[in-house]
Structure formats: C-alpha cells, structure tokens
Design a protein around this ligand. Structure first.
Ligand code: ADP
Length: 470
C-alpha cells in the first residue's frame, strides 16, 4: 500500500491574491487549499510577474540560474496566505513588466514567448528541486505548451515517467494570439484528461455555437472530457461576517438585509425605498456577458410598468457597453446607477443590497457572481447556459409546492424580449408573492458552493489518472 499523498503541480498564469486578473486567479487561489485539506500535496507554479508584491507575500529566492534551453531562471517560493500550499514563482526578465498579460485577453504575440519559456521553466524547475509530480494540472492556453512539451520533448525523461496530465479549460474563447500555434488546441489534444469548469459548458463546447472553432478537436477527446463546477470562497463571501457591508445578516435574520439596500440606494443617489425592487449587475462589460440584452426599450418598459425596479451596474470593459449604460443613467437618473470601476467593497455592497441579480451571458463557462449573489440572499435572473444553468434551479409558476427548491429565474433564448419577459415574471413574484420570493432567497442561501465539494470532484479525476498509469 502506498499512503503517500498524491503530488499535484498546478501550473497557471494567475493566483489570487498574488496575481489576479479574473476568475482563473480565484480558482487557483482556492482549489489547492481545498485539495490539501483532502490530504493531497498540491503546489502551485506561476510566473514571478513584476506586478507581484514580493515583500507583502514574503517571497523568497530558493534556486538560482536554473538552465532552461538557452536561458536561465531563478525560482522563488512562498505559501498561499493562511495556508501551507507552496507557490513557486519562475523569475526571468521576460516577466518583469507591470502587466500580467500584454492585452486584456492574453492574446498578444509577446504572451506566446513568455508562456513557452514558462512551460519549459516549470519542467526544469521541478526537476531541480526534485518535486516529482504525479499529476501536472495545467490551466488555459498559456499552459497548453507545457502539456505538449511533456508529451513530446520530455517523453523519454525518466523524471516524468509516472507523471500524468490534466488540462482545464476556464474560457475557450481565449486561445492566444491569432496566427500563432494554438496552444489551447495543443493542451486539449495532448493532455491525458481534459476538464472545464461546469458540466453544461463541457457539453456546450462540443457544438459549433460554443466551440470557438475547437469543437472538432474537442470531439476527439469527448470520452476524456469532464465538467466540474467551480466553488466560491464561502468565508470571504459571507453575509454573516462580511466586513465590507453595512449590516451583517443570515438566513435566520433575513429582514436585516434591507438595511444594506437602503445604504446602497443612498450611496448611489437612488431614492432610498425599501419596497422597490433593486436589481444588480457586477461584471466585466464585454460581449460575453450579454449586457446588450438590457436595452433602452426593455428598461423603459419596466420602468413604465406599475411594478417599478431600480438598477445598479458595476463593472469596466469595452467603451461601447459602458457608454450605452451611461446613456441609460442620463435618461433615468433616479432609477439607474452605473459605476465604471473595479471596486471590491461596492461589489459586496451590491451583493448584500440588491434583490435580484442579473447575468444575461451569451456563454458562461462557470460564472461566480450568481453563486455569490445567492449566498447573499439575492435571487439570480440569468441566461440558461454553462455554469449558470448548473448552479441555479429555475422557478416555474406551475411548481406550486416549491419541492424542487428553485433558486432563481432562467431564460433560454439570447433575445431582449426573453430577458424582458423573465424580468417581468420575476418582478411579479417579488411584488405579488413575497412568501415565494423569500423561499427563493432561502433556497439560494442554503446551497453549498464551497470549494470542498469541487475539490472532491478533482480528486476523482486525479485518481482516475493514477489508475490509468502502468
Ligand atoms: P469572469 O471570470 O468571466 O470575469 P466570474 O463571474 O467568474 O466572471 O468572476 C467575476 C469575479 O470578479 C467575481 O468575484 C466578481 O465579484 C468580480 N468582479 C467583476 N467585476 C468587478 C468589479 N467591477 N468590481 C469588483 N469586483 C468585480
């Protein structure tokens, strides 16, 4: 019997809180902690970006001048804050710039060069420190080159003889610079197992509509393609202890939530009305997120109806969406507030202060905001796609006994009219059936979105990989 913990090397380009751009960072910052609680030896490796605060995170130099092809790198180390999860950082001047990615989508030509060096450096670094991973868990296109290297250049290397690979797709839409080798495809084709961040997205990406040009390649790996829903950090996002919100509350004292609503309305200059529905959006304003479904026409119709609604939008992104939203606030200043910025505190205040949470995405690999919203007793209204579909149970009028434990409102077709219809339906419940509304809130708050659950699913995949080996 071999009782040694499985050794997992998680290779990624972001980890929260050291270097975060989006949801990927949150996953890499939380998953290994949950894995190690399951008695695994999970460690993270990322580039040592110039943007990382080496003092704050107590990063120490552990190896110098490790040869990587013609280059040489240094290796630094720290632990994820409040944990014993080691994080290795590959240092080379190519990572010294202040920005993590050269463009918003990590799709500049400079990124390829950076991440190919990173890929080779990872393999040489772990050899150098004699950490022999049972599994290399790579994430998104920048680590696709790593999977390919291991399969080709390093296939005869005895050190990695037992090493198996898992490649996780966090967002298929980002595949690196056009015209270069497609490392997303390389990762998918060469990994022992491929996964993505929700069961529904795992199915969707096999279709032309969601496959982003890689559906045929994914079809080849259909039998080794899995979907595991991400978790959220349930301690950081906890209405009972959140220090960023006005009033703490829990499902046992849900009525206190309305104090957060009044505080939010006041802060944003909206008329403070406890009994007016308040809908929130916290997102990147980009094509994927489908903000264009919330059109002037539908908003006008809602605002003109006898069941009014206020809206708050927080986010940054493409000018065309920012400007469209700002135009709406000019027309309806006492109904709509638009905040163009990244603001963690305001995000929490919105989760705590709104009644409805809108996520009308065109596609959504997993999505975290709808889960956070439910944790704060907020009822999500989302498009039925990817992780949104997997994390929310639709409320249907016909189900009168609420036995299916509905948590929100889903619509299928990506069309403004559908969004409008669903929002009207939700507002009807909010105003006409407060008992049902409260039950939706409570059902959402009871959901288990902890990382523990997801980590157990990853453990199953790792074990499957171990079982595969000879
Ligand atoms: P994605 O990874 O596609 O951006 P997710 O829903 O997976 O979307 O994760 C978004 C995360 O970023 C959530 O934690 C959300 O609260 C946070 N977030 C997004 N925009 C902002 C913003 N403008 N200010 C504060 N937090 C934000």
């Amino acid at each position: 019997m071999n009782n040694k913990p499985l050794k997992i090397l998680i290779a990624a380009t972001e980890v929260t809180p050291l270097a975060k751009v989006g949801g990927l960072g949150d996953v890499i910052g939380a998953l290994p902690k949950a894995l190690n609680k399951l008695n695994l030896d999970a460690r993270v490796i990322i580039p040592c970006y110039g943007a990382i605060d080496r003092n704050k995170y107590k990063i120490k130099l552990i190896k110098q001048n490790i040869k990587v092809g013609g280059a040489s790198i240094n290796l630094w180390q720290t632990n994820l804050p409040d944990s014993n999860v080691p994080v290795y950082l590959v240092e080379h001047s190519i990572f010294h710039g202040k920005k993590i990615y050269s463009t918003a989508l990590a799709d500049g030509p400079a990124d390829i060069k950076k991440y190919l060096l990173f890929a080779r450096a990872i393999l040489e670094a772990v050899k150098n420190i004699n950490f022999k991973p049972d599994i290399i868990h790579a994430n998104d296109w920048p680590t696709g080159g790593l999977i390919r290297l291991l399969k080709n250049d390093y296939q005869d290397d005895q050190f990695f003889k037992q090493t198996k690979t898992l490649f996780t797709i966090h967002n298929l839409a980002h595949q690196g610079p056009a015209g270069a080798v497609n490392y997303m495809a390389e990762g998918i084709l060469n990994a022992d197992i491929v996964s993505t961040v929700s069961p529904t997205y795992a199915k969707e990406i096999l279709t032309k509509e969601y496959g982003a040009g890689l559906e045929k390649i994914l079809a080849k790996r259909k039998n080794e393609l899995y979907g595991i829903l991400n978790g959220i950090d349930i301690d950081f996002f906890n209405p009972a202890s959140d220090e960023l919100i006005r009033q703490n509350y829990s499902s046992a004292m849900l009525e206190k939530k309305s104090l957060n609503k009044l505080a939010l309305q006041k802060k944003l200059g909206l008329p403070p009305k406890k009994n007016t529905a308040l809908a929130g959006v916290v997102t990147r304003f980009v094509w994927q997120k489908g903000i264009d479904l919330i059109t002037e026409k539908s908003v006008k119709a809602i605002l003109g109806s006898p069941q009014p609604c206020q809206f708050v939008f927080l986010g940054t992104g493409e000018k065309r969406y920012e400007n469209a939203l700002l135009r709406l606030t000019k027309k309806f200043p006492d109904k709509i507030s638009v905040q163009i910025k990244f603001d963690e505190k305001l995000a929490h205040e919105i989760y705590a202060g709104t009644d409805l949470f809108l996520v009308p995405s065109r596609f959504e690999p997993c999505g975290l905001t709808q889960m956070i919203a439910m944790r704060y007793g907020n009822v999500p209204l989302v498009r039925s796609t990817g992780g949104l579909k997997d994390s929310i149970t639709n409320y249907q009028l016909k189900i009168t006994n609420l036995s299916k434990k509905p948590t929100g409102f889903l619509f299928k077709k990506f069309a403004s009219a559908e969004f409008y219809k669903t929002l009207t339906r939700a507002l009807n419940i909010y105003y006409q059936e407060p008992g049902v509304w409260r039950q939706l809130q409570l059902n959402g708050m009871k959901q288990n979105f902890s990382w523990e659950k997801s980590a157990k699913e990853y453990l199953k995949l790792y074990k499957k990989l171990r079982g595969n080996k000879k």
